[in-house]
Every structure is written in C-alpha cells, then in structure tokens.
Design a protein around this ligand. Structure first.
Ligand code: ADP
Length: 204
C-alpha cells in the first residue's frame, strides 16, 4: 500500500495560466469525451486534435488505452479502480490546462459522479466541456473495433461497460454527437462550432 505524503506544500507558479493563455491566443479547457467502448471517442478526439493543431491551437489527447499502459498501469476495471483512473486523468487534464494546452480526453468514464468530480476540480465552470458520444450499444457491438465486445459476451472480459458493468450517460453535457447517424467530419464540425461559439478558437 502506498502511504500518503506529509509535509507537502503547494507552490504557486510565477507564470500564471492567464499569461500562458494570452500568449497562446486562446483560453484552455478540458474537452471530456464520454461514451461506450466503440462509440467513437478516440476517433473523434484525434480528429478534433488534428483540426485544432491545423488552426494553431495547442491541444493534446489523453487516450484510454495509452494512459492505462503507463500512468494508470496499476489499475484494473473494478468500480473503485475506474474511479481512481478518472480521478488521476482529471488531475492530469487540469495540469495540461494550467500549462496552456487544451486537454482532450477519451475515456469511457462510465460514472456520472466521477465526471462531475473532474468538473468540480477545475478552476472555472467553463473549463469542462463534456462531449457525450452517443451510439446505441448494438452499433458499438457491431463495430467492435478491438474485438472487446466479443470477449465480453464470452465472459473472457468481466465488468465490461454496457454488457456487465453500467454506463451512466451525462444529464446535461455541453455537446452531444451521435456517431450512428453522423459521420466523423460532421461530429467534429459540431464540436468545433461549439468551441468557436464559446471563444476557444483564435480568429482564422
Ligand atoms: P472508442 O474510443 O469510443 O472506444 P473508437 O474511436 O476506438 O471508439 O472506435 C470507433 C469506431 O467507429 C471506429 O472504427 C470508427 O472508424 C467508427 N466510426 C464510424 N462512424 C463514426 C463516427 N461518426 N465517429 C467516430 N467513429 C466512427
């Protein structure tokens, strides 16, 4: 068991977040994708990242599988481990926003309470943009891009979201995209439109 550290003090950075945002020419935020496995979070997050990069916006994708290889390699998929997974990612996303970069996260993040805690963790209300990537379970299962649903159905993977573990859809997400009715470009256009409306993009 890792023990809690004592005698640790918080240091304020001399360069403030606002200074970094002013130099970047855009405010930062956390764009938090949530949805079932195979709903399209990674695909949309990476396409959005590319579109922002092309416009000179500083952004970075934190992706489920990659984080679970490294930072969260010690965590499984029990409810407690999922909660800790999201807590750490929230903290990392906050650091990215502080560092002048828009953090784009692509995690199932099945529990509403865990997502709301990340929202509460951030400095400003407008820092958290929740994007609900909506697609019916049947569509996600049909896509099964990593063959995970097949394994979940056969019992090889226990506690699989949508099959043997719950998914709690957001109640009032800032953005909803439906990947079973709209293609990737349409979904990303919709997100870009909201970012532009809310002042996250520098003038073209
Ligand atoms: P997740 O990260 O949610 O597990 P992925 O992005 O890895 O999902 O996989 C989604 C799959 O669905 C990909 O194979 C992608 O090509 C496909 N797909 C079809 N239509 C869309 C869409 N509109 N948006 C995102 N992905 C889509």
């Amino acid at each position: 068991m890792l023990s809690k550290s004592t005698n640790v003090f918080w240091h304020e950075n001399h360069v403030l977040r606002a200074d970094r945002e002013a130099r970047q020419g855009h405010p930062t935020a956390v764009i938090w994708f949530t949805g079932l496995s195979g709903s399209g979070k990674s695909t949309l997050a990476n396409e959005l990242d590319w579109r922002l990069f092309e416009r000179g916006v500083s952004s970075y994708v934190l992706d489920g599988d990659n984080i679970r290889h490294g930072l969260n390699g010690d965590l499984g998929f029990s409810p407690e481990a999922r909660t800790e997974n999201i807590r750490r990612i929230g903290e990392v996303a906050k650091l990215f926003a502080d560092a002048g970069t828009i953090a784009i996260t692509a995690f199932i993040s099945p529990y509403r309470e865990d997502r709301d805690k990340v929202r509460a963790l951030l400095d400003r209300d407008e820092d958290f943009l929740e994007v609900f990537v909506e697609a019916p379970l049947e569509v996600c299962e049909e896509r099964d891009p990593k063959g995970l649903y097949k394994k979940a159905r056969s019992g090889e993977i226990p506690e699989f979201t949508g099959i043997s573990a719950p998914y709690e859809a957001p109640l009032s997400p800032e953005i909803v995209v439906n990947t079973s009715s709209d293609d990737v470009a349409t979904c990303v256009d919709r997100i870009i439109d909201v970012l532009a409306e809310r002042g996250y993009l520098p003038a073209e």
